[in-house]
Write a protein that binds this ligand. Sequence first.
Ligand code: GDP
Ligand code: MG
Length: 246
Amino acid sequence: MYFYFMRGLIIIPCYNEEMRLQQERFKLFFEKNTLLHFLFVNDGSTDNTLDVLRQMHQAFPQQVTVLDVKQNGGKAEAIRQGMLASFDLNYDYFAYFDADLATPLEEIPRLLSYAQKEPQPYLIMGSRIKLLGSTDIQRKLSRHYIGRIFATIVSNMLSLPIYDTQCGAKLLRKEVVPMLFDQPFLSKWLFDVELFFRLKKHFNDSASRIIEVPLKKWEDVAGSKISFTYFLKAPLDLLRIYMRYK
Ligand SMILES: Nc1nc2c(ncn2[C@@H]2O[C@H](COP(=O)(O)OP(=O)(O)O)[C@@H](O)[C@H]2O)c(=O)[nH]1
Ligand SMILES: [Mg+2]
């Protein structure tokens, strides 16, 4: 049991997630965590994702809101639309999480419990680190290696000792959200990297206000929508980001 006194909104981007959305897991979590609210962003799905999301809203109208974006814009833009629609609401932290629950929902309260640290963190981020006896991280070997090389390069570019830049579980403090999400992102999948650059550029004390927390559990869920060819394009995206923000 973790104690947190922060109000949190969790944004879940959903693109064709009808088959992957584990409604039961979500519902059990809603029942136990009534202080947390969820904004599901349907990103122009062509399957029945919207119906599934509406059912969840009907079952938990206080905790679940659905934003229907008609045209598919990609993960980064869907999260951005969710943030723009909600950042003047009364929450302390705005988070985003993957719909496939690769990071289990139970990590949210644990991550939020770090919000009480001083100075209060702008960004609390989950990190996939295999630690014997204390974490359970199941990643495909190829994704692990690509991810390690990528994150090491990004960490050096940023001059920040971040271990896992790409984990899909991040919580952002209210005051940084308008600046971070004001402008569209250059990259659909590497927008986390842009977030770090934006944070660093606009807040002098950002290095001391980002906390990376090793996740207790993370698993690769089948049905990823990132194509293998994207991994070949990623270095180019990274270079574009570097040139824009350096
Ligand atoms: N909005 C939007 N979200 C997407 C798109 N593709 C994937 N997502 C969401 O991004 C999250 C992670 O996607 P996933 O395919 O599991 O990627 P991976 O686990 O990083 O390989 C999920 O919540 C998806 O629904 C897309 O084109 N648009
Ligand atoms: Mg996934």
